[in-house]
Design a protein around this ligand. Structure first.
Ligand code: GLY
Length: 401
């Protein structure tokens, strides 16, 4: 293992330095921490807020390599398929380690066209996925309505996507926190990290906003959409992650679950309706380049409800439980940055999961633990997620963005 030797505390009263400090308790950081802790590393997770509070609690929870497939990013799709295949085992292992049940919605998705433009988009959607070798099946509107009777009678076309799954990401966060603790790891919330401490070209810990220092054998940056800000890392280590805002609504059916029983996707624009087992529905999501703005706008709420009701008119009977916005951490090539930092020894990245933080959570921790040399068995697939791929001196390259 390249970096995780235990450091010696410099004062009799100082707590022992953990092997690894993970900055950020979203799904990426927690997944990393669980894999490391399970493999025997001592791990401390720091977050300025509660676990999952920024991005993971806003995630819709789709485990959807097929509907999220992008022809421009075939390697991201390949990672998605591997991650989807890993999810049932990941969920079962996590449930056993945490005592938190993690039911997977395995009814697949239905992609729906509401009008002629969307019907044409649905044909393109199908053709792209067939070319990528992903399973989709054209359905007559009547067949789609037999599967989901709440769909509007006016729908123009539908596509069954049998291989997508979904999960409640907030339960996954709770489960990961418990599993990390059960494996001997520690989590500290309200611990805002100001910068990474680097000595002789090596990360030796982090400095907190309150001025205190946490020493560690290795530092993992898992700050999601804020990863591009760098958390005080040397400039040469920075990676190109930018925030892409998504607004969504959480609706609740007071009569319980059953109005819609599988994930519904819009043929155009990436929108979705995701049912939860307890009668909640996540209706999302906008895709906006607005920097770090996380406000919820009247326009977005209006558009989400209008589009949702055109798909499932009965949605207008539901209660609005939450209107929320999150930031997707986007990279230029659609793949996450999981592995060694370009310059500083002992510094690692686990970020850049864009729309796929829940999907890729099943493999993220293993990929990082493998990269760190803590484990050797996580990745039976070859997708380059190494953050050093972003290093370039080319004008206009990531460093010049
Ligand atoms: N994965 C869904 C979204 O990012 O909106």
């Amino acid at each position: 293992m390249r970096t995780c030797e235990t450091t010696v505390p410099n004062a009799i009263t100082a707590p022992p330095a953990p092997d690894v400090v993970v900055v950020g308790a979203g799904l990426a950081g927690l997944s990393a921490a669980w894999s490391l802790a399970r493999a025997g590393a001592s791990v401390l997770v720091l977050d300025r807020d509660a676990p999952g509070a920024a991005t993971s609690r806003v995630a819709a929870g789709m485990i959807a390599p097929v509907t999220e497939a992008e022809p421009d990013h075939p390697r991201a799709s390949a990672l998605g398929v591997a991650a989807r295949d890993a999810w049932p085992g990941f969920a079962a292992g996590l449930a056993a380690a945490s005592g938190v049940e993690l039911p997977l919605l395995d009814a697949g998705s239905l992609a729906i066209a509401r009008d002629r433009d969307e019907a044409e988009a649905l044909d393109r959607f199908r053709a792209v996925r067939e070319r990528m070798g992903l399973r989709v099946e054209r359905l007559l509107p009547s067949a789609a309505r037999r599967l989901e009777p709440a769909l509007a009678p006016t729908l123009r076309g539908a596509l069954a996507v049998p291989d997508d799954l979904a999960v409640d990401p907030r339960r996954v966060v709770v489960a990961l926190v418990r599993a990390i603790t059960a494996a001997g790891g520690e989590l500290r919330d309200g611990a805002a990290v100001r910068d990474v401490v680097v000595a002789d070209g090596r990360a030796t810990g982090v400095r907190l906003e309150d001025g205190s220092t946490v020493r560690a054998g290795a530092v993992v940056i898992a700050t999601g959409p804020w990863a591009g800000e760098g958390v005080g890392v040397p400039d040469a280590d920075r990676i190109p992650v930018r925030p892409v805002k998504g607004q969504l609504l959480v609706l609740r059916d007071p009569d319980g679950p059953g109005l819609v029983t599988r994930v519904l996707r819009f043929a155009l624009g990436g929108g979705y309706l995701v049912p939860r087992p307890d009668g909640r529905y996540v209706l999302g999501g906008t895709v906006e380049e607005q920097g770090f703005d996380r406000s919820v706008t009247a326009l977005a709420v209006h558009d989400l409800l209008r589009d949702g009701a055109e798909l499932v008119p009965g949605l207008l009977e539901l209660r609005i439980e939450e209107s929320i916005a999150g930031l997707r951490p986007a990279t230029p090539d659609g793949l996450p940055a999981i592995g060694a930092s370009p310059e500083t020894d002992g510094l690692w990245w686990c970020a850049g999961h864009y729309r796929n933080g829940v999907l890729w959570a099943s493999v993220t921790g293993g990929l990082l633990a493998d990269a760190m040399g803590v484990t050797t068995d996580a990745a039976p697939f070859a997708v380059d997620v190494d953050p050093r791929r972003f290093v370039t001196t080319t004008p206009g390259g990531p460093r010049d963005r």
